[in-house]
Design a protein around this ligand. Structure first.
Ligand code: TXA
Ligand code: MG
Length: 319
C-alpha cells in the first residue's frame, strides 16, 4: 500500500491527513463527515465557527457543492482551476455541513493544482475540507517538515509533496453577493479576476461574515515583526540589534553589510521568490530565537500585494 492509499483510507474512516497543495500544506478531512471536520478544529486549536475551504477535484464538482447562478464561478474556474483561487458561493447543504462553513449559507471552494492533492480527492470521491496545517494564528506550513513540527503528534499521516510551489494561501473572491469582493489577496490578482469577469473586483468592505485570515493578527511568528522601507533595512536592523535579538528577512536578495551582528535569511528571486520562502524564512528566524524580525516592504506588483498583506498581518500586535 502506498502512502496515498493510506491517506484515502484514513480520510474515508473519518481521520485527518496532512496534504500538500501548491499554496500551503492543508490539514484535510472528508468535508461531508461532520465528525471528521470537527477533528480539524481540535487539532489546530481553531475557534469553532471559522469556515474552512472545501477542495474539489475539478470544475464539474462545482454544481454538486454550490448552488445559485454559477456563471461567473464557471468562467473563473475555466481560467484559473486547478490553481490558487478560492470562490465563496452559496452552499448545497446536502454535501456541505455546518461544520465546514461555520453555519454560514456560503462555502469557499477551490481545486488545488498539486497532483498529490488531486489524486487523493479523486480517489476519495468527496471534497476535502482543509485549512492550513498549522496551529491557529501561526505561520502556514510550506513543507512536510513544517507540518510535523507544528502538528506531528496529532496527525496520523502527512503526505510529502515537496515544498509548495507558491508558498502563500489562495486568493479568496466572494461571489455570494452582487458585487465580487476580494477577501484575501493571493497569487491570482484582482486585475486578473476582473479581466475574466469583465467587471470591477471590489476590496473587502467588511460587511461579509468576519473570518479568520481576515482577522488582523494572523500568520504570525513568535517574534515581533517590523516592516521598513527597503533603503532603511540595514540601518534599522543595526540600531535595534543593540536592544534585542534581531533577525532580518532579506527579501529581494538584499545584501547585509559585513559588520552587522544580526541573523539574516537572504531570499532572492523577486516577489515570486519572496512568496515562496516567506513562511519558511519567518519560521527559521523564530527557530534562531529572534525577538524581532525586520522585513522590507514588498513592491505592489503581482503577488507583492499578497506578500504585503501577510507581512502586515504578521506584524499586527497580537490580542
Ligand atoms: O491556499 C489556501 O487557501 C489554503 C490551502 C490549504 O488550500 N487554505 C487556507 O485555509 O488558507 P485557511 O482555513 O487557513 O483559510 C481559509 C480562509 C479563511 O480566512 C476563512 O475565513 C475563509 O477562507 N473562508 C472560508 N469559507 C468562507 C466563507 N463561506 N465565507 C467567507 N470566508 C470564508
Ligand atoms: Mg490558515
Amino acid at each position: 500500500m502506498s502512502e496515498l492509499d493510506d491517506a484515502v483510507k484514513l480520510l474515508k474512516a473519518g481521520e485527518v491527513v496532512g496534504l500538500p497543495t501548491e499554496t500551503v500544506y492543508g490539514l484535510a478531512a472528508d468535508a461531508t463527515q461532520p465528525r471528521a471536520v470537527r477533528k480539524i478544529f481540535e487539532i489546530k486549536g481553531r475557534p469553532p465557527g471559522h469556515p474552512l475551504i472545501a477542495h474539489l477535484h475539478d470544475q464539474s464538482w462545482l454544481s454538486d457543492y454550490c448552488s445559485g447562478d454559477l456563471a461567473r464561478a464557471n468562467a473563473l474556474a475555466a481560467r484559473f482551476w486547478p490553481g490558487p483561487l478560492t470562490m465563496i458561493l452559496p452552499r448545497r447543504a446536502e454535501l456541505v455541513p455546518d461544520e465546514v462553513t461555520g453555519g454560514l449559507a456560503t462555502v469557499g471552494v477551490r481545486v488545488p493544482s498539486h497532483p498529490l492533492a488531486l489524486e487523493v480527492i479523486g480517489a476519495l470521491g468527496r471534497a476535502v475540507a482543509a485549512p492550513s496545517a498549522n496551529r491557529f494564528g501561526g505561520v502556514s506550513p510550506t513543507t512536510r517538515a513544517h507540518v510535523l513540527h507544528d502538528l506531528g503528534d496529532a496527525v496520523p499521516l502527512v503526505l510529502d509533496g515537496g515544498p509548495c510551489a507558491i508558498g502563500i494561501e489562495s486568493t479568496i473572491l466572494d461571489l455570494s453577493r452582487q458585487r465580487p469582493y476580494l477577501l484575501r489577496p493571493g497569487a491570482i490578482t484582482a486585475d486578473e479576476l476582473a479581466e475574466v469577469l469583465g467587471e470591477r473586483v471590489w476590496s473587502d468592505d467588511g460587511l461579509g461574515p468576519a473570518a479568520p485570515g481576515t482577522l488582523e493578527s494572523h500568520y504570525a511568528p513568535r517574534a515581533q515583526v517590523l516592516i521598513v522601507d527597503a533603503e532603511h533595512l540595514w540601518a534599522r536592523a543595526s540600531e535595534l540589534s543593540s536592544s534585542c535579538r534581531v533577525g532580518v528577512l532579506a527579501l529581494f536578495g538584499a545584501e547585509p553589510p559585513l559588520e552587522l551582528n544580526v541573523a539574516v535569511i537572504r531570499i532572492s528571486g523577486g516577489v515570486l521568490g519572496a512568496a515562496h520562502e516567506l513562511y519558511a524564512g519567518l519560521r527559521a528566524l523564530d527557530e534562531l530565537g529572534c525577538e524581532l524580525i525586520i522585513s522590507p516592504i514588498p513592491p505592489p506588483d503581482g503577488i507583492g500585494h499578497a506578500l504585503s498583506d501577510r507581512l502586515e498581518r504578521a506584524a499586527a500586535t497580537r490580542p
